[in-house]
Design a protein around this ligand. Structure first.
Ligand code: ZN
Length: 397
């Protein structure tokens, strides 16, 4: 997702505000219809039935009919998709909830080429076509990625408009070199490759972190509902957004690079969400070392590991293999001996049997690359099988 500052004229702003209002109305209508639904009841209306209801609603409400049908139908489709994610046992998402005016303002447009398009106007300006609003200018702060299919326009609480283009990355062709790579998620570094390469996911700079802490202190002292509080909250949200943008950029570039260089990509089968959720434990069964785990978990999240693996699965379908994580950090990748004492420190692995020494994360990555126990294959296998027997690449140190 790449986000750009949208610069609508006053007249266009009125149209965009209407679109937001309509999208929110339609979404909330769907939320309400589904709120009566619980397991055992007759099914809640599906997308087609809702479309008919939308037609009816448009006939009854001239203000809705005056708006863009494209925007309204898309809001319904988005809702249907959100419900599907909610019911997906593999990857459950939160239940789609009520959207509030002034807080969740936005709408989505799909169908590039016939519903919308994007073009560059000058070095610093681009234009995106919005139904009923026409060409709306935006700040061309970086190249719009190729192959964008849809976009979302949002208005933040400070009243500023943004457009975010969604990129659905296509699979990257396998290089066909038979090479396999193991990747270990680290905490100090974000990921270590079995080739010895270590990857750092960018976070906030030291100065930005200091600023964030200062803002958070100010926020805790600011009076509820005051202008100052609003401003501070906004500044915090911007810093967080910056961090998350950087992480996403990094995951995009890194995953593309890895998918291009290796035929088979092996990662540990970690249920990241489980790890991050379970540290606290339950009241009956409180977790151990909650503090330390919380720190580690923050690190994992910050490192963007989960995002990287998802992206790899998108870009290298059928080529990502999940390995049982048992002992990968205690096993010597040179002689196979398993000994906890070999893990000299967070960073250093030194085998107690053969003396092999290596960066601890890289050692684990080599074990992962060896892939003793594949538990699952990610992706849907579109890329097809790799025709050569994969072989290991060892670090060139
Ligand atoms: Zn050894």
């Amino acid at each position: 997702m790449s986000r750009y500052r949208l610069l609508p004229t006053l007249a266009q702003q009125a149209v965009l505000r209407d679109h937001c209002g309509h999208a929110r109305y339609v979404w909330n209508l769907a939320v309400e219809q589904h709120s009566h639904w619980h397991p055992g009841r007759k099914s809640a209306p599906g997308y087609l039935k809702q479309c008919r209801q939308l037609t009816q609603a448009r006939a009854d409400n001239p203000w809705l009919a005056a708006g863009s049908q494209t925007v309204q139908q898309q809001a319904l489709r988005d809702f249907t998709r959100a419900m599907k994610a909610f019911f997906d046992p593999e990857n459950p998402a939160g239940r789609p909830s009520w959207r509030k005016a002034g807080r969740d303002e936005g709408f989505r447009i799909v169908g590039r080429g016939w519903q919308w398009d994007v073009r560059r106007l000058s070095r610093k300006t681009g234009q995106v076509w919005v139904p009923k609003a026409g060409w709306v200018r935006f700040r061309w702060s970086r190249a719009v990625p190729e192959g964008v299919k849809s976009y979302r326009v949002t208005q933040d609480r400070a009243g500023r408009w943004h457009v975010a283009f969604a990129v659905i990355p296509g699979p990257v062709p396998a290089p066909g070199n038979g090479q396999v790579v193991g990747i270990d998620r680290g905490v100090a570094v974000s990921a270590a490759l079995s080739t010895g390469q270590r990857l750092h996911c960018p976070a906030l700079t030291g100065r930005e972190r200091t600023r964030l802490r200062r803002l958070q202190r100010t926020l805790s002292r600011a009076k509820r509902g005051s202008n100052r509080r609003g401003r501070v909250k906004h500044a915090i949200a911007r810093l967080r957004a910056r961090e998350s943008d950087r992480r996403k950029d990094w995951a995009e570039k890194t995953s593309t690079g890895i998918a291009r260089r290796f035929d088979v990509i092996r990662v540990e089968d970690l249920k990241i969400t489980n790890m991050t959720r379970s540290a606290k434990g339950t009241r009956e069964n409180p977790g151990k070392n909650v503090r330390q785990k919380a720190g580690l978990n923050r690190g994992i999240l910050r490192s963007g590991w989960g995002l990287l693996v998802r992206r790899l699965e998108d870009k290298a379908p059928g080529r990502v293999e999940k390995i049982k994580p048992a002992l990968t950090s205690q096993r010597c990748s040179a002689c196979g001996q398993v000994d906890r004492a070999s893990r000299e420190s967070q960073a250093v692995f030194r085998c107690t049997a053969c003396g092999f020494a290596c960066n601890a994360d890289v050692n684990a990555a080599i074990n992962i690359a060896a892939g003793h126990a594949v538990t699952a294959r990610g992706g849907d296998g579109v890329a097809g099988p790799v025709n050569r027997e994969p072989h290991l690449l060892l670090p060139s140190v």
